[in-house]
Unconditional design. Structure first.
Length: 150
């Protein structure tokens, strides 16, 4: 027990430091950073880690297939885009920073609008992939309509 206490103390201090860093006042909001995303398209972006489990891969596959199936014309025109990015790659750093992604997440982005579907994705992908597909449709449709109305 005496050996465990210092380890727990170090873990607690590290967790506190990470929390302070992540939520400090200098951390820009999603709306401020999303200005770098195109306002003339809707992007469904899946950020993942290098090592991925079956569920992580399923979220990517179902989201990609949903975008292709629901928006074939818009995908062809580039109005709706599916992207998968490894958040651990340097090449994804700017995109992750713009939307404040710090780990695995499924986001729908259009201009300064960022909608997080991560919970819906991981809750539904294995047992109810149609629910995830429907969530994507319910999220993308209004953003797409806003693009065509402008």
């Amino acid at each position: 027990m005496k050996k465990l206490l210092p380890v727990l103390a170090v873990v607690a201090i590290a967790a506190a430091a990470i929390a302070i860093f992540a939520f400090s006042e200098g951390n820009p909001s999603v709306a401020e950073e999303a200005d770098g995303f195109s306002k003339d398209k809707v992007e469904v972006i899946y950020f993942h880690l290098t090592r991925r489990c079956v569920t992580c891969q399923a979220v990517e596959n179902v989201a990609r297939d949903a975008v292709k199936e629901l928006y074939p014309v818009e995908t062809e025109k580039g109005t709706v885009v599916f992207r998968t990015l490894n958040i651990e790659d340097k090449s994804s750093e700017a995109d992750a920073k713009r939307v404040n992604a710090t780990g695995q997440c499924l986001l729908v982005v259009s201009g300064d609008t960022v909608i997080d579907l991560t919970s819906e994705g991981f809750m539904n992908v294995r047992n109810s992939p149609e629910k995830l597909k429907e969530e994507i449709r319910k999220t993308v449709d209004p953003l797409l309509k806003a693009l065509t109305d402008n």
